[in-house]
Write a protein that binds this ligand. Structure first.
Ligand code: NAD
Length: 258
């Protein structure tokens, strides 16, 4: 039988792909900082990661660092997590957000594009989770949330096509199987599957016209906000969510009824 461990007052959340100014990760980092987490932003864009961390650290009066790393590269991730472990309190939370879209129709998708999408969206989630889990297992405490997509459930239908859908479906199996292996260490592993969210990942900032088009078929009649997704992730990272694992949370305004 496992025993529950209290959350330490000083604890760090690592967020991959949280550097972009209008992204879900950035909003989530801000939300978690407001809840007292120290923040580590790991992003391919080192400059933006550092700027985002500096701003969040100053606004929220928490410790925050931004580190440049490519999630698909094991050595790069190892360096970044080592730096984070040395600079900040113990890592309790990991949010795997780093991802790229892929609007290419299947028959035009090259092996190179397929591999790139999987390297970032899927291998990156594996590499970062495995590296961060070493410390979580030692401390017998952890929360991991990875970002899948409604595209995995519905087979695209929003912007990206087969490669993206397949990579995001991989996140669901990854989450459930990993949850099974690490539950005994008091570590939860969950996925969220957002519908269309107002960020820049779908080929740039959404115009009002595009948002209106995307809203058709969404029960709530609009696309989601990054703050709404941030709130869900923050809950799944919280001490209160200790009995939720291997779950996929829909957040799509009713676009998918599953
Ligand atoms: N916006 C949506 O509608 C939506 C819906 C479902 C799922 N998602 C997922 O949510 C996550 C966040 O997306 P977003 O909408 O905030 O987009 P975004 O483009 O703002 O954020 C993606 C981030 O990932 C970073 N990144 C890209 N490649 C990387 C790499 N190799 N290593 C490290 N970082 C890398 C980018 O620099 C960027 O900061 C993605 O995984 C995306 O697939 C988004």
């Amino acid at each position: 039988m496992t025993t529950q461990h209290a959350f330490p007052a000083e604890r760090t959340a690592v967020l991959t792909g949280a550097a972009s100014a209008r992204g879900i990760g950035r909003a989530t980092a801000d939300r978690l900082a407001g809840e007292g987490w120290s923040i580590a932003i790991l992003d391919i864009n080192a400059e933006d990661a550092q700027a985002a961390a500096a701003e969040i650290g100053a606004n929220r009066a928490v410790k925050a660092i931004g580190v440049g790393a490519d999630v698909s590269d094991e050595a790069s991730v190892d360096r970044a997590i080592t730096e984070i472990e040395q600079a900040l309190p113990p890592i309790v939370g990991l949010v795997n957000l780093a991802g790229i879209s892929s609007p290419t129709p299947f028959m035009e998708t090259t092996v190179a594009e397929w591999d790139k999408v999987f390297a970032i969206n899927m291998r990156g989630t594996f590499v970062v989770s495995q590296r961060v889990l070493k410390g979580m297992i030692d401390r017998e405490l952890g929360r991991i949330v990875s970002i899948s997509s409604i595209s995995a459930q519905r087979g695209g239908g929003t912007y990206s096509k087969v490669a993206y859908s397949a990579s995001k479906a991989g996140i669901l199996g990854f989450t459930r199987a990993l949850a099974r292996e690490v539950g005994e260490h008091n570590i939860t592993v969950n996925a969220i599957a957002p519908g269309p969210i107002d960020t820049d990942i779908m080929g740039g900032t959404l115009t009002e016209e595009r948002k209106a088009q995307m809203s058709e078929g969404i029960m709530m009649g609009r696309v989601g906000t990054r703050e709404e997704v941030a709130a869900l992730i923050a809950f799944l990272l919280s001490a209160d969510a200790g009995y939720i694992t291997a779950a996929t949370y829909d957040i799509n305004g009713g676009l998918q009824v599953s």
